[in-house]
Design a protein around this ligand. Structure first.
Ligand code: SAM
Length: 245
């Protein structure tokens, strides 16, 4: 039996095999699961033959749902917070819930696992001793200012971007920091995982030859960082066989 009552559990970012034994055990043992979208979480739970009641927390019901969750925990139930993919609270919902849970005197226990930013950093080949995570930069208001700030940044920069805006982002990076080395990692852990390396304009040239869909992590080298031994400019990989998912 688990004695802690509130777990924050990382789930896969594409490949259903990328979850720890401890995460699966926790999801099996808790009384209920807090999620973003029951359809997405159900795919994971079905894969691991887990069936649990859900509480959905979203922008519309957040305050009420948080009160209900705290009441349930105080009456002895245990629960796990998951999101659609990766680590909750990292460019994902959960921050307010975790904050309120802690405020109410309940401890939050993290179960580590997949995170797109850390995975991309581990394969980027750029300096990782110091980096700044910006997630999604503002879409409209404040975007230009953010890009100007990032152009002066002396640490490695990690951004998230969706398939709809990746080309626009690379065009802007080409305008604001044309000389920087960039790594764009798409669909990490999935069948059509692919990584591009080079300046924004070099990556864009290759993008133009393909229809580029998927979710991206974009990593930007620190200002003035130079490649000493340049890798192949575009290191697209062949689709790999999924173990699961
Ligand atoms: N909480 C997640 C995590 O731990 O990485 C991030 C969730 S955020 C809503 C989704 C964004 O993360 C995507 O738009 C993309 O930028 C990035 N992302 C998530 N999964 C990815 C993957 N498999 N490959 C590349 N980027 C991914």
């Amino acid at each position: 039996m688990i004695k802690e009552k509130f777990f924050v559990v990382a789930t896969p970012i594409g490949n259903l095999a990328d979850i720890t034994f401890r995460a699966v055990d926790t999801l099996k043992q808790v009384d209920f699961i807090i999620c973003e979208d029951t359809r997405v979480t159900k795919i994971l739970l079905d894969h691991y033959k887990i069936s649990k009641p859900f509480i959905v927390v979203n922008a519309h019901n957040e305050s009420k749902a948080i009160d209900k969750i705290i009441d349930k925990i105080n009456s002895g139930e245990s629960c796990a917070l998951v999101t659609d993919a990766g680590t909750p609270c990292i460019s994902d919902p959960g921050v307010r819930l975790v904050n309120k849970i802690i405020e109410s005197g309940i401890e939050a226990v993290g179960i580590p696992g997949a995170n797109a930013a850390i995975l991309a950093l581990s394969i980027c080949g750029l300096p990782t001793d110091s980096f700044i995570f910006e997630g999604f930069i503002p879409q409209k208001k404040g975007r230009q200012k953010k890009l100007q700030q990032l152009a002066l940044e002396e640490r490695t920069i990690v951004l998230y971007e969706s398939m709809y805006r990746i080309k626009k982002l690379l065009e802007e990076l080409n305008e604001y920091m044309p000389e920087r080395q960039i790594v764009a990692a798409r669909e990490l852990t999935k069948k059509f995982e692919e990584t591009w390396r080079g300046t924004a304009s070099e990556i864009l040239q290759d993008f133009d030859k393909k229809i580029t869909k998927g979710e991206f992590v974009v990593i930007i080298a620190p200002k003035d960082w130079k490649v000493k031994d340049p890798p192949a400019k575009s290191a697209g990989q062949a689709p790999h066989k999924d173990i699961a998912g």
